[in-house]
Design a protein around this ligand. Sequence first.
Ligand code: ADP
Ligand code: MG
Length: 625
Amino acid sequence: MAKILKLDPHVADLIAAGEVVERPASVIKELMENSIDAGATVMTVEIQGGGMTYIRVTDNGGGIAPEDAETAFLRHATSKLRDQRGLEAIGTLGFRGEALAAIASVSRVALMTRETGADAGISLSLEGGVVTDRAPAGCPEGTTMIVRDLFYNTPARLKFMKTDRAEGASCSAAVLRCALAHPEISVRYIRDGKEECHTPGDGRMDSCIYSLFGREFAAGLIGTATEADGVRVEGYVCAPRAARGNRNYQFFIVNGRNVKSKALQAALEQAYKNSLFTGRFPSCVLYITLSPAAVDVNVHPTKTEVKFLYEKQVFDGVYYAALNALQHETGSAEVAISSGTQKTIAAPERGKPQDAGFAKMSAEEYRKSSDPAAGQAARPQKKPAFYGAVGKNLFREARSSDSVRDSGGVLYRAAPTRKQEEPKGDAPEQTTLAGMPEADSWRLIGEAMDTYIIVEKGTSLWLIDKHAAHERLHFDRLKAAGGETMTQTLLAPIVCRTGREDTAVILDNAELLSRFGLAAEPFGEDAVALREIPADLMPADAEAALCEICELLKKGGGDDAARADGIMHTMACKAAVKAGMKTDPAELRVLVKKVMSGEVRYCPHGRPVAVELTKNTLDKSFKRV
Ligand code: ADP
Ligand code: MG
């Protein structure tokens, strides 16, 4: 008997469905894209039960002819592509003709549609891809698709679904991404009977962004527009003060498609290089227009990743658009680009102009701290040391003012002592700590570069990486206590703008997080409020810690113990003293003691904590031996 058989078409559909239809949010994306392709100007999206039990997308687009209604649900049935030539210049969002077939095969679908100008429409019902009912219908012009009981016939997939809250949040994110990409379409979104957003559809980017993200987000944006080499970039980037703890608010819309692209992300972040602390990320909504032939959307089944034929031009477009905005923001008269390769064109209406992002910095200071090569055509390769020094000072000032502000909101916590006397000379540092055998004596010489502690012991010099050592200490302590930690209750909670999806992840794991001292509560749909954090964590570092842990949780995999270890790593790292910042000498001494006693050797990531320079090595360097 033959061993190789062609799959039953139904089974093939079920397999293919997995590619396009991973979860309710992917159904929404496909249905909305179909509506857009059909020329809709008004759309309503409704979900219930996280999109698992009910999804409805209604549009006022061109509709489907009665004779085509059933064909639309066949695999590779599409009205958008006829031959290979068409594939190269595709202007529609869909073209594979797979989505409806895939969706229908794993759910119960109802379609109602009437073509523009037609007397009557048609309604069609399908179960698991099989038509169960068909009738003429007196429906409005346009199309309504209702998808019920997703994955009802594929229990294996059903098991992979997250909570309704998490699935619902990614549905919301999918609607938002689509609506954002099309300011010319009015999108209304209803979740469990409640209207969550409604865009005006007036074609204006600013009103679209405002209606989706609200006033606070819009107020942090700066308008920008550039055009060169056939690449047009327009939209908004955030003022540095409005940066966030994650990249969830970076939106790149390429030819009407919301895409993910490491290259575009890098271009954006390069422009902010000297304006942001590490761990803070810029937000943006940038609309990028270029010839469809220069973009390959076929690299990913759901077309969320793209490849650019001329990557450098697109990179430059985004980089200079962001840089221009940042320079204008500071009131600097200079235009970032003077080479002529990039021209600034009229910026679109601003969300809210002139914020106080750099109010403390003069334009002159800002220019110095920003990219030195901004006035040249080439992207900077390396910044001279001088600029690094300016950046560092700003960093330190900002940090100390941060901690002052933050300590105001803390119920109990001694303000960090940063201004203590530096160890002076040898004499006071000769401390041999009580109880320590004479042979183990060491001398703390000092600290170099606010990073390395220098210790003399016997005939060796030891350089200790203070951050790595401190991190290890914290980690060991946490681990010994099973993650349990003293907490501080904050008078004013820290609001973290985590975005809808991450908010759902955090709230779904709230219990786990509270075990590690982070008490997170919902704060609207797209943010959480931290009311309690570990006592040894600076409030200013809490959001970064939360975002990092959220990334860990999203990655999944590993057992509970591995997850707990990951969370403890992050906590230890964020609570540890940082390289480049002043540390109280008393704190340094505690660290040295632990390291020199051999208690601490490697940081939790496996990097060494201390490096030994023997007298012999030094003697050799000076050619004494
Ligand atoms: P694709 O979008 O790749 O063509 P789909 O399976 O998503 O494939 O849809 C199949 C066809 O059904 C489309 O080519 C289009 O002709 C038709 N169709 C789907 N949704 C709509 C809609 N909302 N309005 C009008 N036509 C639609
Ligand atoms: Mg489609």
